[in-house]
Write a protein that binds this ligand. Structure first.
Ligand code: G1P
Length: 323
């Protein structure tokens, strides 16, 4: 599904992380390049941005991330060799990633947290709302999430973040949102955000998953955001301030009443708000987690037309006979 929105054309993908959970595989290879079936994880993420109508992609990279640039660039030697062999199928597979989107890269330098990575995008993004996609979150291509978020942002203004219900015991791994309802089932208004709370203190079991559509006012806030959890500049903290600035968040400790209409686009001087959440009920894999990474591969392989039938048959007999 392709969504066109003249207001949003840019996607930012932070990809500077070290990938320590996948060592030694990530010693010399960026974690984003690990294959999910036969495509690097990061290509699914870029494809998702493109199918939501965002064809300008900025990757925030760091040292040792050159393979990312190479992957989304032409490879003339390989293309030449494949066309000499007349292997049109593989040639198309090779060209797919370089034809996908207009790619840009900027290096983060000091890894000072997700908020800092997003701030590195400021000169490229300028004054338009933009999307952020985290590479560790793989959203099943059949369950479009970003396109829905772009549509909600176009209607309600401000910023939109993706939320998903998780088991309360898992909430400490995520940003967590307190929300109130709007007139739409899958859209909520954000009242409070806490980065990786202790389960006992979590305001809900709604986790932020790595998709955001942000108002550019976030940049000014990020510049002033002090390091938070883990000593890092947290995007979650900055989005909380965005909601507070609009009067839709609950300023911490004051118990102040909410006084904005959840369904109205902002009026008056631009304050970057409101902040809404889209609750995602589709399939998501955390490819930064080894178990979930394996599940993503098995699931997507089972559903592939070319590999699926044989692989499913093998898997069935493996599970029944060998486990
Ligand atoms: C980041 C965000 C967190 C969010 C998570 C989603 O954390 O800081 O709020 O819930 O991504 O994947 P990270 O997983 O990078 O530590």
């Amino acid at each position: 599904m392709t969504q066109s929105n003249p207001g949003i054309s840019k996607a930012v993908i932070p990809a500077a992380g070290l990938g320590t959970r996948f060592l030694p595989a990530t010693k010399a290879t960026p974690k984003e390049m690990l294959p999910v079936v036969d495509k690097p994880a990061i290509q699914y993420v870029v494809e998702e941005a493109v199918s939501a109508g965002l064809s300008d992609v900025l990757m925030i990279t760091g040292r040792n991330k050159r393979p990312l640039e190479d992957h989304f660039d032409r490879n003339y030697e390989l293309e030449e060799a494949l066309s000499r062999k007349g292997d049109a199928g593989r040639l198309a597979r090779v060209q797919e990633s370089s034809d996908l989107a207009t790619m840009h890269y900027v290096r983060q330098g000091d890894p000072r947290g997700l908020g800092h990575a997003v701030l590195c995008a400021a000169p490229h993004v300028g004054d338009q709302p933009f999307a952020v996609l985290l590479g560790d979150d793989l959203i099943d291509p059949r369950d479009p999430l970003l396109a829905r978020m772009v549509e909600v942002q176009a209607r309600l203004g401000g910023s939109v973040i993706a939320l998903m219900e998780v088991d309360p015991s898992q909430i400490h791994q995520y940003g967590c949102a307190a929300v109130k309802p709007t007139g739409e089932d899958d859209v909520v208004q954000i009242t409070e955000l806490v980065e990786k709370p202790d389960p006992a203190e979590a305001p809900s079991n709604l986790a932020i998953i790595g998709r955001y559509v942000l108002d550019p006012a976030i940049f000014g806030i990020l510049r002033e955001t002090e390091p938070g959890r883990g000593g890092e500049i947290q995007l979650t903290d900055a989005i909380q301030k965005l909601a507070d600035a609009h009067g839709t968040g609950t300023p911490h400790g004051t118990g102040a009443p909410h006084h904005a209409n959840a369904d109205s686009a902002p009026s008056g001087p631009r304050d970057g708000g409101p902040v809404h959440g889209v609750i995602f009920k589709g399939r998501r894999y955390d490819t930064g987690d080894r178990g979930d990474y394996l599940r993503a591969i098995v699931r997507l392989a089972c559903e592939r037309e070319d590999l699926g039938p044989e692989f499913r048959a093998w898997l069935r007999s493996f599970v029944t006979e060998e486990m």
